[in-house]
Design a protein around this ligand. Structure first.
Ligand SMILES: Nc1ncnc2c1ncn2[C@@H]1O[C@H](COP(=O)(O)OP(=O)(O)OP(=O)(O)O)[C@@H](O)[C@H]1O
Ligand SMILES: [Mg+2]
Length: 253
């Protein structure tokens, strides 16, 4: 409780809407990275400072754990050990990157977050809910996303996108630890993500990801503005006063 003569945060900065933490979840190739880039663009046009990050990773320590896992070196340890490793990486990411940026007034958009551990290692990998809950509590320390988009589509169609991306990039890609799993695994993964969305209706929104990129981006932007009405006020401000100030802190992938 602030002392009576001490203004609280709202009184000192009534013009600053709270920064939001938004995560993008779903299987491989559903368009998470594409849609984060599109949302960063929308926010930038309103002058809303935002940073993009990803999991596993986001900080030097967490990126070290990422390469250990995605190279397949954790596979023989089993899904429970992988869940512990992800939790260690996530805790560093939350404390060193996510919370400091939110406190500095920047939105944080994360390409995967805790729901991926629940879907991959938990519901698909067989680690029980209680263990996943405990690890999540430890890793997040109360910092749940304000909003989570679950991009949902048939894994077969998403795989075709990934194959096309590899062809366009012209680099032969070596599938990572999870990409090399078969189609049945990815179907179970999709069901796992949908189960998480049903269990968390206040936080998660399922978006059909098989539409055209612009249509998916428009739907996501509609939901973001509906969920955070303060953006509509900024929108009107930009319409009246021209382009917003340069408040964009997003980084490339
Ligand atoms: N709505 C869309 N329609 C068609 N192609 C799309 C659409 N969205 C993204 N793509 C393309 O599909 C490929 C995969 O998209 P993207 O890399 O954004 O997916 P991702 O979910 O981040 O994948 P990963 O799990 O591999 O990181 C890219 O080549 C991208 O340009
Ligand atoms: Mg991606």
């Amino acid at each position: 409780m602030p002392a009576a003569d001490e203004p609280d945060e709202f009184e000192t900065a009534p013009h600053l809407p709270p920064a939001r933490f938004v995560t993008f979840e779903g299987g491989e190739g559903v368009g998470k990275s594409t849609q984060i880039r599109r949302l960063l663009g929308h926010l930038a046009r309103l002058g809303v400072a935002a940073v993009r990050t990803r999991e596993p990773g986001g900080t030097p320590k967490a990126e070290a754990i990422r390469s250990f896992i995605l190279q397949g070196r954790s596979e023989e340890w089993g899904a429970a050990a992988e869940a512990v490793l992800f939790a260690a990486a996530r805790h560093d990411h939350v404390m060193q990157l996510i919370v400091p940026n939110l406190e500095a007034g920047k939105w944080v958009l994360s390409d995967r977050f805790a729901d991926s551990t629940r879907a991959y290692q938990g519901l698909t990998g067989g680690v029980d809910d209680k263990t996943i809950d405990a690890l999540e509590e430890l890793a997040l320390d109360g910092h749940q996303p304000d909003l989570t988009f679950l991009l949902d589509m048939e894994p077969e169609a998403a795989f075709r996108r990934v194959a096309q991306r590899a062809e366009e990039d012209g680099v032969p890609t070596v599938p990572d630890r999870f990409e090399k799993e078969g189609i049945e695994y990815h179907r179970r993964l999709r069901d796992g993500f949908l189960t998480i969305a049903v269990r968390n209706p206040g936080r998660c929104v399922v978006v059909a990801a098989d539409g055209d990129e612009n249509a998916v981006a428009a739907e996501i932007w509609r939901i973001v503005r509906e969920r955070f009405p303060e953006l509509t006020d900024l929108d009107e401000h930009v319409a009246v006063n021209g382009h917003a100030q340069d408040g964009f802190a997003g980084s490339g992938e």
